[in-house]
Ligand binder design. Sequence first.
Ligand code: HMG
Ligand code: MG
Length: 309
Amino acid sequence: MSSVMPGVPTKVKVCEMGPRDGLQNEARSVDAATKIHYIDMLSESGLPVIEATSFVSPKAIPQLADAYEVFTGIAKRPGVLYPVLVPNAKGFARAKEAGATAIAVFTAASETFTKRNINMSIRQSLEIFAPIVREARAEGMWVRGYVSTCFGCPYEGPVAPAKVAQVAVALAALGCVEISIGDTIGVGTPNRVVEVVEALRREIPLERIAMHFHDTRGTALANVTTALQEGISTFDSSSGGLGGCPYAPGASGNLATEDLLYLLHGMKVETGVDLHKVREASRFISEAIGKTPTSKAYLAPEQWWKTAS
Ligand code: HMG
Ligand code: MG
């Protein structure tokens, strides 16, 4: 088939998570210069959004304690967004000082994870984000809101789609431009994706929804395919398949950007991203952290993955 399947968007926005979600979970520390080079390589690939770092407590995430140095050191490619995670007013002040023009606030659809991750209830998190998002938008910043544990919580188990929609709506009401729906521990399956998207569709235009799949159980690409058929056109992924949240036991890497790109390009969906260049960035950062990428498309023989890219 040479054209996009019926119902599937012709273009998809790929949001790169490697420098943030990827490196926040790595045991081996990576110096700022290496992170900067990695992000600069990713910028060269045509990715439209690269989450660069986090202005969170360095006690919570020591791996990203160098956020200022990294953010101010990267080459900002025109037209590319470099969001940074902001958990509270202190993080917002640090992000502004570094010159951030895009931020992401983050909460979850389950209370226990929210408490472990950011030491707040869901309600408290929304109260803390409200003035941050208001000010950020007034200053012309792009603001994303994350809802974690949308398909299951490592502490509470299954999460109702209605709860996901409730938190997503609250973030949208604060002024978040885009809401990213996180499968933090990679438990989602296509039928659950349909249920979650259906709950969201009634409340928020799907153009404002991103899906953020971790590939812990190998279901991320199946979930992407289903989400595409449901009309989602923004996906988060991480080069090489890096990633995980230290506050989500058992969480492993994000869906790999190479695997997502291979699927999308094979389905004739445009991304504007060069798979080969992402692969080079993955090779660079994998050598720095001493790990082999988990991406299947990365590991496959080049002559075959080139045919679809
Ligand atoms: P807390 O301990 O309740 O905060 O942590 P606090 O206000 O009491 O402050 C404690 C100390 O941290 C103080 O320092 C503050 O100054 C400092 P001390 O007086 O002890 O020396 N502090 C900060 N320092 C720098 N930047 C800040 C900051 N805030 C406080 N912004 C807090 C609450 C939210 C700060 C903490 O829990 C935290 O930083 N959590 C972040 C956890 C995190 O980053 N998790 C991973 C990202 S989420 C994720 O991966 C999921 C996602 O990928 C989607 C998905 O997969 O589902 C997005
Ligand atoms: Mg994540």
